[in-house]
Write a protein that binds this ligand. Structure first.
Ligand code: Q46
Ligand code: ZN
Ligand code: ZN
Length: 321
């Protein structure tokens, strides 16, 4: 991850990574120090949680979610993991294995939900049964099940491993469409409201590259392959666009996203509160919804009645997203 012979900016020992946005190289120890500081700053600046809170970390088996779980435990927080088996072919089989090994090796508490076993469907089947693109069926299922598990398990906050690259790419997409509702909600912490638990993203000040380096120096094995459904989607193309801007102007990505949080998000705060007001209770599950039956109950009903669809059948549709 760095040129041979480069030295750590702090201690002058051999470096393991160069970070152009900091205009510096770092050794393993000082890379970890930088990551810890950036996570602590995000937690404090946005008042995400405190050591007395019980955290539920959404873990996928990828580097970001395992890294944030590791960092939170190392920092002394009470953090359990929740893994959802999405039924996305080999990708799901592999990712579940990484999460279970990570938790078992460290003696951590891992909760698991399997869409097929527990709810009678999987993501490819839900996509086909509801006519949604797979990522939309997947996102709806994950959001709902994380919220529900947190509320039922008495957790104070749902934590996700979204990093700076993820958030900048989402911001880029929301800005291209001037989607004010989404922009107003694109904050690193969302308070508990209307039956939804509090949500926090402690890695928003850290990049994908920094999290891969964290996993490398901490010996964390993670699923390297992307979800096959992600290939070719808009989120990835926004990331590539931002990466090419970042290559020419190191730090541009951080200033785009962190500048939004500092200068634009406060102007949208009222909009977000107004949008959250008008919700009913789902007549089937009691969850907050704008209609009579919530989108998740409708999705489960249609998907569980549909014959199983293998992931290969939905890959082309996923790519049009
Ligand atoms: S897991 Fe699910 Fe992602 Fe795969 S189907 Fe799309 S949303 S890409 S984070
Ligand atoms: Zn050093
Ligand atoms: Zn419902």
């Amino acid at each position: 991850m760095t040129a041979v012979g480069s030295k750590c900016r702090v201690c002058k020992e051999p470096a393991v990574i160069d970070l152009p946005r900091h205009n510096a190289h770092f050794c393993a120890e000082h890379l970890q120090q930088l990551c810890r500081r950036q996570m602590t700053k995000a937690i404090e600046d946005f008042d995400m949680f405190s050591p007395s809170d019980r955290l539920l970390v959404a873990v996928s088996g990828g580097k970001d979610s395992l890294a944030v779980w590791d960092m939170l435990i190392e920092a002394g927080y009470q953090a359990d993991g929740l893994y959802i088996g999405l039924g996305i072919g080999e990708y799901s089989t592999d990712s579940g294995g990484y999460v279970r090994r990570f938790a078992a090796e460290r003696g951590l508490t891992l909760r698991e939900i399997d869409l097929r076993t527990d709810y009678g469907y999987d993501v490819p089947t839900a996509a086909r049964a509801t006519g949604r693109v797979p990522c939309s069926a997947c996102g709806l299922s994950k959001r709902r099940l994380f919220d529900q598990a947190a509320l039922e398990g008495g957790y104070d906050v749902v934590v996700t491993g979204h990093n700076l690259d993820d958030e900048a790419a989402v911001l880029f997409g929301n800005t291209l469409r001037w989607d004010i509702d989404y922009l107003a909600r694109q904050l690193p912490v969302l308070p508990a409201t209307n039956g939804f638990p509090k949500k926090a993203k402690p890695l928003v000040r850290l990049t994908e590259r920094e999290m891969a380096a964290w996993c490398l120096v901490r010996g964390i094995d993670y699923v390297v392959e992307e979800c096959p459904i992600a290939a070719g989607n808009k989120h990835l193309s926004y990331k590539e666009t931002l990466n090419s801007i970042e290559m020419k102007s190191p730090g541009a990505k951080a200033s785009f996203y962190l500048g939004f949080l500092e200068r634009m998000a406060p102007m949208l705060a009222g909009h977000s509160a107004a949008a959250a007001g008008e919700l009913n209770e789902c007549s089937q599950c009691g969850s907050p919804t704008t209609g009579e039956i919530c989108a998740f109950c409708r999705l489960v009903e249609k998907s569980a009645a549909h014959e199983p669809v293998p992931v290969e059948m939905v890959l082309t549709r996923g790519r049009r997203r």
